[in-house]
Design a protein around this ligand. Structure first.
Ligand SMILES: [Fe+2]
Ligand SMILES: [Fe+2]
Length: 213
C-alpha cells in the first residue's frame, strides 16, 4: 500500500474498505473534525485525515483486527477483548501504521482513541472523538444537544457524550464501559471541579471553542 498523504488517497483507501454509508460517515466526520479543529486551535489537516481514516477497520473480520493489533506491538488486553466494539479503533491505528505508511503519532492516536477516549486526551484526540458523534450523518436522540455543546466547549461535549454512552450501555444491560473511557470521564469531572482545563493549549481559542455558525 502506498503512503497515504493526500485527501484523495485517504478517500480512495476508505472507498476500497467500506460500504457507501460508512464512507459517507467518514467524509462527514472528516468535515466535522476539520471545522471543530479550526474553532479549537487544533491542526485542521490532521483532524481531517484522522476523521476520514478513523473507521477504516470497522468492517474487517474480528480475527484480522486482533492480528493487526498484535503485529503492531499493541495487542488487545483482556479488558479490550471483552469489548469487541472498540477493536476496530485499535486495529485501525495498527493498519494505518503497518499497511498505509502513516507515521504521524498524533493522527494514529486520534484514530486509536476515537471510540474509548483515554485519560490525558490531546486536543486533536478530543476533536476526532467529538466529531465522530456530531457529524452531519448522525441522527441519535441527543445529537442536537451534543452539537450545541461542541460549539461552546469541547470538554463539555465530551462529558455529555460519555454520560450518554454509559447510560446507553446500562439500558442495554451491557457490561461496564471500557476503563479508558471511565478514566477520561473521571479526569473531566476532576478538571471541572478544579475549574481548570488542563489539556488544551493556552493562548488559543481552545478553552472557549467559540460557536462559529
Ligand atoms: Fe468507530
Ligand atoms: Fe465513526
Amino acid at each position: 500500500m502506498e503512503r497515504i498523504r493526500t485527501h484523495e488517497q485517504a478517500q480512495a483507501l476508505m472507498a476500497s474498505l467500506l460500504p457507501p454509508e460508512r464512507l459517507r460517515h467518514s467524509v462527514c466526520v472528516a468535515d466535522a473534525a476539520e471545522k471543530l479543529a479550526r474553532r479549537c486551535g487544533a491542526d485542521a489537516e490532521k483532524a481531517w485525515l484522522a476523521g476520514m481514516l478513523h473507521d477504516c477497520m470497522k468492517y474487517a473480520p474480528p480475527e484480522l483486527q486482533q492480528k493487526l493489533c498484535a503485529r503492531n506491538g499493541t495487542p488487545l488486553s483482556a479488558v479490550d477483548l471483552d469489548s469487541p466494539k472498540v477493536w476496530h479503533a485499535f486495529a485501525a491505528a495498527a493498519y494505518l501504521r503497518l499497511e498505509c505508511g502513516v507515521t504521524d503519532a498524533e493522527i494514529l492516536n486520534a484514530v486509536r482513541w476515537h471510540t474509548t477516549g483515554r485519560a490525558g486526551m490531546t486536543l486533536l484526540e478530543k476533536v476526532v472523538f467529538v466529531a465522530d458523534l456530531i457529524s452531519d450523518d448522525r441522527v441519535y436522540p441527543d445529537v442536537a444537544q451534543v452539537r450545541a455543546l461542541a460549539a461552546e466547549q469541547l470538554d463539555a461535549a465530551a462529558k455529555y457524550i460519555l454520560e450518554y454512552l454509559f447510560a446507553k450501555l446500562e439500558r442495554e444491560g451491557k457490561r461496564m464501559e471500557h476503563p479508558a473511557s471511565r478514566a477520561w470521564y473521571d479526569e473531566l469531572i476532576r478538571e471541572a471541579q478544579e475549574g481548570g482545563i488542563l489539556h488544551e493549549p493556552t493562548g488559543t481559542a481552545a478553552n472557549a471553542c467559540e460557536a462559529a455558525g
